[in-house]
Design a protein around this ligand. Structure first.
Ligand code: 5GP
Ligand code: 5GP
Ligand code: 5GP
Length: 208
């Protein structure tokens, strides 16, 4: 059978800080399985192109099927918790990520392996430990953008991209951390291109 040509060049592997998702004006809801750990959680593994564009929703004939990841449920709940409202068990978030992003790399990773591989990248890159080794902790204090990026580079060897959002008082804070993965989803690489958006030079790292 013919398989679709791969329409992307690399992946962004994106993790979110739950404290920064929750303390915005909009707020959050804990998953029905309980409050997540005070740790970064997975947002997604997103196929991307070197020109900064990205494919999305690539195959409506292969929708998310929770039964394909039943063996991963407990790891998904701990490492890929949903914080959106209303409170739910996470399948909506995981299904959205598969349908929007995962279907665009299905020639490389089937549904089960898309989630299993993403979980294994989280296991390989302990961001909270990388930051805490440099004295950067989720204590509501402000840290420089450069100190955060340096800490992650020191611990992982790779250049990260920091995305910020604003807490309910308008302070810029550490929301998501991007690193890049090669197009076969086998290893971290230096990003061919970085996302856009500004943080300000001093960034809050809120508790969760
Ligand atoms: P936001 O508007 O919050 O930046 O992004 C909304 C959604 O667009 C993200 O959750 C993600 O699905 C997608 N998105 C945003 N930026 C990128 C990107 O650079 N690459 C890819 N692949 N998806 C992105
Ligand atoms: P994206 O399209 O940016 O990959 O994913 C964002 C979508 O997933 C939004 O529709 C958002 O409501 C939903 N979502 C569910 N749970 C979460 C969560 O914990 N964090 C984020 N950022 N989005 C979530
Ligand atoms: P440079 O490439 O000189 O480090 O940074 C160029 C611009 O991009 C500066 O305005 C810098 O603050 C911004 N920048 C560098 N790294 C990041 C990052 O990880 N996240 C965000 N949001 N901006 C960054």
């Amino acid at each position: 059978t013919l398989s679709a040509a791969q329409d992307f060049d690399f992946f962004y592997f994106v993790q979110q800080w739950p404290g920064s998702y929750c303390d915005t004006k909009q707020g959050c809801c804990y998953p029905s399985t309980g409050k997540p750990a005070s740790d970064f959680g997975i947002h997604g593994l997103w196929p991307n192109r070197n020109d900064g564009s990205y494919p999305s929703n690539c195959d409506s004939s292969n929708p998310f099927d929770a039964s394909k990841i039943s063996d991963l449920t407990s790891h998904m709940q701990s490492e890929w918790p949903t914080l959106s409202c209303p409170s739910n068990n996470g399948l909506t978030f995981w299904g959205h990520e598969w349908d929007k992003h995962g279907t665009c790399s299905e020639s490389v990773l089937n549904q089960h392996d898309y989630f299993a591989t993403t979980l294994s990248f989280k296991n390989e890159l302990n961001l909270l430990q990388a930051l805490s080794s440099a004295g950067i902790q989720p204590n509501g204090k402000k840290y420089s953008l450069s100190s955060i990026k340096t800490a992650i580079k020191q611990a992982s060897g790779y250049t990260s991209w920091i995305e910020c959002n604003n807490d309910s008082s308008g302070n810029s804070q550490l929301y998501q951390i991007y690193v890049c993965v090669d197009s076969s989803a086998s290893r971290f690489i230096e990003c061919p291109v970085f996302p856009k958006g500004s943080c300000g030079s001093s960034i809050e790292f809120p508790s969760f």
